[in-house]
Design a protein around this ligand. Structure first.
Ligand code: SF4
Ligand code: ZN
Length: 418
């Protein structure tokens, strides 16, 4: 029996019209994630008997139990079950959380996975919006849009740090397992990539094209996920993109991709390169997990993740960088990408890949270290990670250059970047 849900049971207006709306400053009633508190969202499958369709629980303080301006940790755990449900579909359902929450008037959602960010406005709270409504709207909309692939869905919301951290730890294992599904694949081994147009509502000219060796810049979608998404929803945002003729093997440019991007950006972008930060790099929306920027003095590249809110050696913080490159245009010298992409073999391949990386926040180094060290081993520089500077060494090019010199960082002996 398929459950049909027509209404979205929330006490605020609801629809795509509210998607781009911001909640700022004095207007914020509750804030979660965004580097202020831990926040995670995770969709996972369960045996059918373990899911009560439509169940929404809120564990920990809700909006009406905190005062205006409060910050809370938040986990949104969505458990699905059904005969058609496959693990492959989890990331697709999970990525819907972003726009489905944004559809609620007075509620702002940014990011994904364990770097999500939520704000609920005073206006929404006055109208009666509570955390349980996040669960209710997800239940209603996911049934409407994806009811074909699951039968039952329940949502558990947590706002205590202990619960949120425990769920984050499990979710991270699931994220890593998803990421690794494309680990053995190469861009040469397929003749079709996939588009993602989910973010066009925010960045109308932005088109993600996702190849096995370049996961979506938000980190939520890799080639496998897009393939599954197309199978579920053949008219949806993830369309097959035939590569066509290879135009620039070193930069990563294909005729079929250019044609697709031109059409899907309505003529705004006619080409971009998958593997370069200098020559017409891929466009970006606002969702990137990381941003790379060139550091001319060091003849290298830095990369910074969203969670790192301090100054970086390119002279900009993450938020400023995101504002600079996030409008759906190509910005030479800057590129948005996922965390996982740092450890994919084609990462900045046109500029010698990870050999160019001269600075990363310490936490990002730790987070990617296992896979990064595998890549470093492959290229014959097993200790590369320890030769890369971080904020404890410095946050300007001048501060980190002596360290790079002392460590004999490989970037210093590569061809000039510019
Ligand atoms: Fe899709 Fe790209 Fe947006 Fe991620 S950032 S949801 S891959 S369009
Ligand atoms: Zn986006």
């Amino acid at each position: 029996l398929k459950i049909v849900v027509n209404e979205v049971p929330v006490p605020v207006a609801y629809g795509p019209a509210y998607e781009g709306e911001r909640v700022r400053g004095e207007d914020i009633y509750l804030e979660c994630g965004g580097g202020r508190t831990p926040m995670v969202e995770w969709v996972t499958s369960k045996p059918i008997d373990d899911v009560v369709d439509g169940l929404v629980t809120v564990n920990g303080p809700d909006v009406n139990e905190v005062s205006a301006g409060a910050k809370l940790p938040l986990a949104i755990l969505v458990e699905v079950a059904g005969r058609q449900m496959q693990d492959d579909y989890e990331p697709i359902l999970e990525r819907q959380i972003h726009h489905l929450i944004n559809y609620a008037q007075g509620v702002m959602h940014i990011g994904q996975r364990d770097i999500a960010w939520l704000r609920i406005s005073k206006g929404a709270v006055e109208k009666g919006f509570r955390l349980e409504h996040i669960g209710k709207l997800l239940h209603a909309k996911l049934h409407q849009d994806f009811g074909r692939i699951f039968d039952k869905l329940q949502i558990k919301i947590y706002t205590s740090a202990e619960d949120v951290l425990a769920i984050t730890a499990k979710a991270k294992e699931a994220y890593a397992a998803r990421d690794s599904r494309v680990a053995g694949m190469t861009d040469e081994s397929v003749d079709t990539f996939y588009s993602c147009l989910l973010c066009q509502s925010f960045a109308p000219s932005h088109v993600c094209v996702i190849s096995p060796e370049r996961t979506g810049l938000c980190g939520s979608y890799n080639w496998m996920d897009c393939k599954a998404s197309f199978e579920i929803n053949p008219l949806g945002p993830n369309q097959p993109v035939p590569k066509g003729q290879t135009l620039e093997p070193r930069l990563g440019q294909w005729k079929g991709v250019n044609e697709f991007v031109f059409k899907a950006s309505r003529g705004a972008v006619d080409h971009y390169n998958f593997y370069s930060i200098i020559s017409d790099p891929m466009t970006a929306c606002g969702c990137m997990e990381c941003i790379s920027a060139i550091l001319p003095l060091c003849n290298g590249v830095m990369t910074v993740n969203r969670e790192f809110t301090e100054m970086t050696p390119c002279g900009m913080k993450f938020t400023t960088l995101a504002g600079t490159i996030g409008g759906g245009v190509t910005t030479p010298g800057f590129v948005g990408h996922s965390k996982y992409n740092i450890t994919q073999r084609k990462f900045l391949a046109a500029e010698d890949g990870i050999k160019r990386l001269v600075w990363m926040p310490r936490s990002l180094k730790e987070e990617v270290s296992d896979l990064f060290n595998e890549r470093a081993n492959e290229i014959g520089i097993p200790d590369l990670l320890s030769r890369i500077a971080d904020e404890t060494i410095g946050t300007t090019e001048e501060e980190i250059l002596p360290f790079l010199t002392e460590k004999n960082h490989p970037a210093l002996s590569l061809d000039p970047l510019l």
